[in-house]
Structure formats: C-alpha cells, structure tokens
Ligand binder design. Structure first.
Ligand SMILES: Nc1nc2c(ncn2[C@@H]2O[C@H](COP(=O)(O)OP(=O)(O)OP(=O)(O)O)[C@@H](O)[C@H]2O)c(=O)[nH]1
Ligand SMILES: [Mg+2]
Ligand SMILES: [Zn+2]
Length: 277
C-alpha cells in the first residue's frame, strides 16, 4: 500500500491516521514529511521510500508541489526575495504562486506595480486573511504546498483562514518575535482535501543566494520574460548590463520588460558575482 507521511514524531511516522516505523535499513537514509512510502498495514512498517522530486531543508519537507510566496503592503515587499524564490522553485520543480495578502489595505499603486511586474510569469492570487477572503488561494492549493515569505506578511493568518481554525501562531506586526535560538520545529501537513496538503510551518523568510547554485552569466535565463530579447542580443556573451545595443535593455526602455524585474536582475547578478569571489 502506498501512503504519504503527514507527520514525523521521533522515529514514528503518521500515515493515513496511523503511526508506522521504518524498516531497519531505511533508518539511515531518512524519511521526511511529504514522502511517499510503501507501507505494510499488518506490522505498521514502512517498507520503502519512493524517489522524491525535491526536498526542502527548512522546514524539512519532501515532494513539494507548490510554494505560496506571500507578500503584503506592510511590511513593504522584498521584491528581490520574490525573484530568488521564483528561481529556487523553477530549479526544484515547484510551482510558485504569488499570494498578495492584506488586500484590505492594498493601495492601487502598489497593486499595479505587482501586477505589471509579475502577472506574466507567475500565478497570482489576492487575499485578505483579516477579512477571511482566501477563496482564490484555497482553489489554487493542490498537492503538497508550503508557505514562504517575509516575517509578518500574514502566512500564519492565512493558514488559519484556510483551516478555518486557529492553529498557527500569529505574531504582532512590528514586534520582533524573539524565538531564541532557532528551535527545530516539528513540521506536519494539514490535509485540505483528498489530494491537497499544506505545511504548518513556513520557510524562507530570508534566502541565501548560494541555495540557487547559479552562475551570474546564466542568471538572465532564469528571468523567463527576458529570454526572447536576450536571444536577439548581438554578442552571445552579452551580460545585458553595460553593453551597447543590448536588446534586453531596449526592451526595458520600451516597457516590454518590467523595469522592477530588470533592476532585480542587476542586483542579483552583483550578489552572485561578489559571493563567488
Ligand atoms: N490588515 C491586515 N492585517 C493582517 C492580515 N493578515 C495578517 N495580518 C496581520 O499581520 C500580522 C502578522 O501576521 P502573521 O500571520 O503572524 O504573519 P507571518 O507571516 O506568519 O509572520 P512570521 O511567522 O513571523 O513569519 C498580524 O498582526 C496579523 O494580524 C490581513 O489580511 N490584513
Ligand atoms: Mg507565522
Ligand atoms: Zn544583452
């Protein structure tokens, strides 16, 4: 029988409302929440772990299908973080969804910037946890989903709305929650429907670029909307920064490529290049 690990408790694994333990030879390889496993119902043993499509480290979560990147008007969006997360998703076979929370206080100007910069490259939903308006996100949840995004954008609040109960801890805005040393939190999945799960802990409020494992010379290709233009650049080695007659720069000037994304590209290019020195 095949099952999915929903929760891990020391050396016990919750699968389909029952706890299982791992067969001896599996103990070293590690079994994670989200893993698909072969189970034997008679002796409550996990016989085998199926190959996973990806594995997040913090929180430890396997087979993530969608990442819900949450942003809000307050705290001000960290657009570079969004871009890093989108690239991370693409590299790890995760579908990113941009979830704009706190729509109750979202101003038209910021909304337009977000839409014009991201609507062509990522699925986008607008919600307000405060007003209990999370239907668009609810519909988008499928497979194993995980939250990511800056602290205080409302990830826990949204989770509580989706679950229709207060399970996640909601922080006070502007007040740094002192959690002491990063304690390893037990991650578990909530089941929303037959085939949709959501992780109870969020990840990536900050993001270390080294996780992208990228060469700055290949970075432009990670910005999918740049690709048609960079293919037209005269020099194959064009970095699209200082070069004359760069087709990407022309596209930015003409408004065919969002300026916000191009500026992020320049920042990230520098960060990666400096990091490698
Ligand atoms: N106006 C408004 N405030 C919201 C909304 N959703 C959450 N908040 C507030 O934003 C603050 C932070 O919410 P949390 O849910 O704790 O944010 P978080 O992303 O889980 O934060 P971390 O756990 O620190 O990463 C709280 O004061 C919430 O009440 C919303 O839709 N509108
Ligand atoms: Mg939280
Ligand atoms: Zn160029």
């Amino acid at each position: 029988m095949i099952g999915r690990v929903i929760k891990k408790n020391a050396d016990q694994f919750l699968i389909d409302n029952k706890y299982y333990i791992a067969r001896g030879n599996l103990k070293n390889q590690g079994i994670f929440v989200g893993d698909m496993v072969e189970i034997c119902d008679e002796n409550n043993i996990i016989e085998k772990v199926y190959p996973r499509k990806n594995l997040l480290i913090r929180p430890p979560l396997a087979n993530v299908d969608k990442m819900i990147i949450v942003i809000a008007p307050i705290p001000k969006p960290d657009f570079l973080l969004i871009d890093k997360l989108i690239i991370f998703c693409n590299k790890n076979k995760i579908l990113p969804v941009l979830c704009v929370n706190k729509c109750d206080i979202l101003e038209e100007e910021l909304k337009n910037i977000i839409i014009s910069s991201y609507s062509d490259i990522i699925e986008m939903v607008f919600v307000s946890a405060k007003n209990n308006e999370v239907d668009t996100l609810y519909k988008s949840i499928s497979g194993v989903c995980a939250f990511a995004g800056q602290s205080a954008v409302g990830k826990s609040s949204i989770l509580n709305c989706l679950l229709k109960e207060d399970k996640a801890e909601v922080g006070e805005l502007g007040k740094k929650v002192d959690r002491g040393k990063q304690t390893t939190r037990i991650v578990s999945l909530y089941q929303l429907s037959n085939s949709s799960f959501i992780a109870d802990t969020a990840g990536f409020s900050k993001f270390d670029e080294s996780l992208l494992n990228l060469d700055e010379k290949k970075l432009a290709y990670e910005y999918y909307e740049f690709v048609p233009f960079i293919k037209k650049c005269k020099f194959v080695s064009c970095n699209h920064i200082k070069e004359k007659d760069c087709e990407l720069k022309k596209a930015v000037e003409n408004g065919e490529v969002p300026i916000l994304r191009y500026k992020n590209y320049l920042k990230l290019y520098d960060i990666i290049k400096t990091g490698r020195k």
